[in-house]
Design a protein around this ligand. Sequence first.
Ligand SMILES: [Zn+2]
Length: 314
Amino acid sequence: MIAGERLARYGFGDGHPFGPDRHAAFFAEFAARGLDKRVRIMETRSATREELQSFHTPEYLDLVARASVSGEGYLDAGDTPAWRGVYEAAADVVGATLLASEQIMAGKARRAFIPIAGLHHAARGTAAGFCVFNDCGVAVEMLRRNHGLKRIAYVDIDAHHGDGMYYGFESDPDLIFADIHEDGRHLYPGTGSAEEIGRGAAAGTKLNIPVPPGADDSVFEAEWPRVLAHLRKYQPEFILLQAGADSVEGDPITHMRFTAESHARAARDLAALADELGHGRVLGTGGGGYNRINLARAWTGVVQGFVDTPHKHN
Ligand SMILES: [Zn+2]
């Protein structure tokens, strides 16, 4: 797991839904369950400009760099404010996802989890919805560049549609995308209809599953097998999971009613599927989640799911 003070710095100030206390809330539950004795913890590193540029445009990186010095203005149309040091803090989040994927590729870990990561709204050329740099997007590009991976899966169970990942790879047939989210007619960012299946050669590689406000675990149970079948069809060489806890009942900014068990099941099933595919590689990220009790339960459930899924040799 990648965690610690540097990672916790990514936030929008005390009292903000995306505040620095989210890391502490998760970590307290993680330790209370004794997971700190079963999981190796590493401090993050910074992503380099070159790494960030594998996904983001140079113009956008320049804009964030300037705003990080002044600490003023917005990094998008008005959701995501700049603050002093925002570039460095956001690069530390990307660095965590890169470090975790490197650990997995080096065989030093089969799975990994990062609580403050999975910033799925950030696009190639702009911030969006509290997300400055898209760590999963950069990780996909770097796994291809440094490790020659071809087919990578991105699975997203955050309440919000992972639009930065969807549109960032909409025409890319090798990014296998599956996203269960609250119907965009009721929630930001408004995208992710079932008709959005990818473009051109990528048509069919993207699976969007919008669910109605109030959707509970019975809806998750009904839809989740479609995600697993989608991944089995394309046999990805690496699986990314964005386990946003804002799909759990009681979140202050969404309307979904999953329990943390959905997140734990997602982690167990993806770990088992990755083993079945012969490589075992799954990297989980925390994503959204603004109710501190929910995020602590959902994310520790993901870690528990990774730890408890026995590796089957075949
Ligand atoms: Zn979200």
